[in-house]
Design a binder for this molecule. Structure first.
Ligand SMILES: [Zn+2]
Ligand SMILES: [Zn+2]
Length: 407
């Protein structure tokens, strides 16, 4: 059947990839300190901690250590998602120095490298997703994307930090790059041990080190690693099939909202990952609270209409696929209505994009534009967005009509 494809920016790609590359790790590329640390902390949590609790569990205050575990997990985890990720890697909002300092200190306690190194890797992940230059490329297998890339040096050696010059200009970031290891060990392991020692002496110190320190750090490690592995494996591709990133509410539950990874890859500069109001995204909520406290500003948001059009593009791809694969027949009237709705949407989207561009250009060159002209352009833009919203609604009802026939 003849389908008019909605012309929108970005390509309509094939369905999700499945891992295709095999990777051969070489012993000479093993980063010994990282491997010993990663395996050592997991073993300490899984074996050492239960033995300690079996022998000394009766002598410690579980409430104190439980609170330290949760508090440190939130401080450390949020510093990665809100700080390292959305603030420093994607510049999705601006933050005053107390927020930058806090997230850099507690980000270091996750023991995931300095912010500069982390952001450099992450920016390459977005630029080369699923390709050879993606440091945690899921095409090289689940283990590689999860932690193999941390343990083994990439073939060709470490990549220089050339894509984070903007961050190097920040003295707080430069300071953290130099001292992150000391900060990470001192605050991440030393602080809970010190609090435990002050409350309960030697046994409390060991409990603080093992629970609020090591076990908490292992949890943050694997929470972050799952974003690179499971969030490129499980879930829905709501906005795009250009890459393997997936949306998963389940993953969002224990990644501070980072589970909506398909949205994030499509609109990486948006401060939200769970963009819908009901989606679980504590990082987004924390950024909003900080905005109310005037500690952050300039939150970047993709317009709702652009998001809706991306969603439509994906639904249309699925429909095209279904019609091609199953050769299903549909009545001519529903098909005609759907084609008309698609054409209207394409036209409304193009008009809106053009009027937005014109208004932005006029705003930039205010000296050459009269107030009346500006007002007129603004009105045109507002009118075009109303028409686009109507076209989106019409597309959805025409799509529903068509899908009902296929049901
Ligand atoms: Zn990703
Ligand atoms: Zn990202």
């Amino acid at each position: 059947m003849q389908m008019h494809r909605l012309r929108v920016r970005g390509r309509v790609g094939p369905p999700a990839h499945t891992p295709t590359m095999t990777i051969q790790y070489r012993l000479q590329d093993l980063r010994w300190p990282s491997a010993i640390f990663l395996i050592g902390t997991v073993l300490t949590t899984l074996v050492g901690l239960p033995i300690f609790l079996y022998n000394f569990g009766g002598q410690i205050n579980w409430w104190l250590h439980g609170a330290m575990f949760v508090g440190m997990f939130i401080a450390s985890g949020l510093s990665i998602t809100l700080g390292y990720h959305r603030l420093f890697s994607h510049l999705s909002f601006k933050a005053k120095w107390p927020v930058r300092l806090f997230t850099l200190i507690f980000g270091a306690t996750a023991m995931e490298n300095s912010a500069l190194e982390w952001c450099s890797d992450h920016r390459r992940h977005h630029k080369h997703t699923d390709d050879d230059d993606d440091p945690y490329n899921i095409q090289k297998g689940f283990f590689h994307a999860h932690m193999g890339w941390v343990i083994f040096r990439p073939i060709g050696g470490d990549v220089p930090l050339t894509n984070v010059d903007d961050l190097k200009a920040d003295p707080v970031v430069r300071w953290q790059h130099k001292w992150w290891g000391v900060i990470g060990i001192g605050v991440g392991f030393g602080l809970p041990a010190l609090i435990g020692w002050l409350a309960e002496g030697g046994v409390g110190a060991v409990a603080g080190l093992l629970i609020g320190g090591v076990a908490r750090q292992v949890m943050v490690h694997h929470m972050t690693f799952f974003i690179n592995s499971l969030c490129h494996t499980l879930g829905k591709q709501t906005y795009s099939t250009k890459c393997t990133a997936k949306d998963s509410w389940f993953m969002a539950l224990f990644t501070f909202g980072e589970g909506y990874h398909n949205f994030h890859h499509e609109f990486q500069h948006d401060y939200r990952n769970g963009v819908k109001p009901w989606q679980f995204d504590p990082t987004k909520w924390s950024i909003r609270v900080l905005e109310k406290l005037r500690l952050v500003s300039n939150l970047r948001r993709v317009p709702n209409e652009t998001i809706a059009v991306a969603e439509i593009r994906e639904k249309q791809r699925q429909l095209d696929e279904r019609l091609t694969v199953h050769k299903e027949t549909i009545c001519e009237k529903a098909q005609r209505l759907f084609n008309e709705a698609q054409e209207q949407l394409t036209a409304a989207h193009e008009t809106w994009e053009a009027s937005k561009k014109e208004y932005t250009r006029a705003m930039r060159q205010q000296l050459d534009t009269t107030k009346e002209q500006l007002g007129e352009l603004k009105q045109q833009m507002e009118q075009s967005v109303l028409e686009l919203r109507q076209a989106i609604r019409d597309w959805h009802s025409a799509h529903q009509g068509l899908v009902l026939q296929l049901a």
